[in-house]
Design a protein around this ligand. Structure first.
Ligand SMILES: [Ca+2]
Ligand SMILES: [Ca+2]
Length: 418
């Protein structure tokens, strides 16, 4: 049963019900009525000084309902369905979020109601993503009333706090956080991707396989050590690498098999397709990342899914008997590595045809799950500077092929649906 927060006044109830009963397509005309491709993105109106500022708290956002664009940081506490009603379960749809400065907030007067435009609903609506409850997120949009309540409308960006997407969203040159159907642009569209641009479905899959398999330098498993010291270098300390799941910065030289050293994690677990570490999928550095030996062991060959209990030495990671959930800041990175492996490795070359599916406990099958969760992670954690640099370094220095989904995250949807 939804927990309904008590209403103070009959008038508010009437207003709220009137709003709640309007069909969403009418209530949200400004967002839903026009295709995402033609939506003027508020980020271009954000002044550089504001874009660089720290996010507002929810209480600050409630106090400054000026219509100005801003980024607000808060915890997801439910879905507003009327002016003074926020439900915490049994979510009716994906159209709105309530955020607050505390995960336990129950007073609607201390909540900001956030409109979710159509393009963001599959990734950020509570009916599709009830696990967002309690998560800290950054939202960018106009500070103006929604459901006749302090709110945010024309929301143009959603991201988990700390996933480093807020700043790229406000950059006039960045388009990577816009999930529009026509997608992003890459400097490689007229060259590397020329034969893929405009394709969808299996035609796009086939073309990306051809592109990512052409002109590739295959590394040995020993060369992977050296490559990772370059591709995963800590941007704040050139002597270190960043471990993918734990996020820990560790000396490049502290690699090996000892406790608390880092080793070579296969994000597409090498037992899923049994490709081992001979030159091929097992040495494809696009999905190999530095990780703490203990954490690497805890992930093992688990499929990816939400939930479980905390993983030691891996803040924000969860795991259970059949799945592993990485920290928020690398959820998208993990998804795009899996989708890269799926188009790069299609069989016919002595290795299995790797493809994601929607189950866990895949064991040695050439499959990794769950595709529904990986699609969401791709949308929720867009590529950041670290992931983009990594792709460029692999292309320039090591394998001379690119991960198409880092350049074009929307190609995940174009091939694998939503
Ligand atoms: Ca990321
Ligand atoms: Ca494949």
């Amino acid at each position: 049963m939804p927990v309904v927060i008590p209403r103070r006044r009959i008038a508010a109830v009437i207003t709220g019900l009137a709003i709640a009963l309007v069909p969403p397509s009418l209530a949200l005309t400004s967002a839903a009525g026009s295709p995402a491709t033609t939506l003027p993105l508020p980020r271009v109106a954000v002044a550089p000084a504001l874009a660089a500022a720290a996010p507002l708290t929810v209480s600050q956002a409630i106090a400054s309902q000026t219509g100005q664009s801003a980024t607000v940081r808060g915890y997801v506490v439910g879905q507003p369905t009327a002016t003074s009603t926020v439900v915490r379960s049994g979510f009716p749809n994906d159209y709105a979020l309530a955020v607050a400065d505390s995960t336990s907030e129950t007073s609607t007067s201390k909540m900001l109601y956030v409109q979710i435009p159509a393009a963001f609903r599959s990734a950020w609506g509570l009916q599709s993503n009830p696990s967002l409850m309690g998560r800290q997120i950054d939202v960018t949009g106009a500070l103006s009333a929604y459901f006749s309540h302090p709110g945010m409308t024309s929301t143009s960006a959603f991201a988990f706090s700390g996933s480093a997407t807020t700043t790229t969203t406000t950059s006039p040159t960045s388009t990577t956080t816009s999930p529009s159907p026509t997608g992003t642009t890459s400097p490689y569209d007229s060259t590397y991707y020329a034969s893929a641009v405009g394709k969808t479905g299996s035609a796009l899959h086939t073309e990306l396989h051809r592109i990512t398999s052409s002109g590739v330098t295959t590394l040995t498993y020993d060369q992977v050590w050296t490559a990772l010291k370059d591709t995963d270098q800590d941007p704040n300390n050139t002597n270190n690498v960043i471990e993918v799941y734990s996020g820990r910065s560790i000396a490049k030289s502290d690699n090996g098999g000892g406790v608390d050293q880092w080793n070579r994690e296969h994000v597409w677990a090498k037992s899923h397709g049994d490709f081992g570490t001979v030159n091929g999928p097992g040495t494809d550095v696009h999905h190999l990342r530095p990780e703490d030996v203990t954490v690497n062991s805890a992930r093992g060959n688990l499929d990816f899914d939400l939930g479980g209990s905390a993983i030691s030495q891996c803040t924000g990671c969860l795991g259970d008997a059949d799945s592993f959930e990485p920290r928020n800041a690398v959820k998208g990175d993990v998804a795009r590595m899996i989708f890269y492996m799926a188009v790069r490795w299609d069989g016919g070359d002595g290795f299995a045809d790797l493809e994601p599916n929607n189950q866990v406990a895949n064991a040695s099958a050439p499959a990794i799950g769950k595709i529904s969760v990986l699609r969401q992670w791709n949308l929720q954690d867009p590529p950041d500077a670290f992931e983009k640099r990594r792709n460029q370094v692999i292309f320039d220095t090591w394998q001379h092929n690119r991960n198409p989904f880092v350049d074009h995250p929307e190609w995940v949807t174009a091939i694998y649906g939503s």
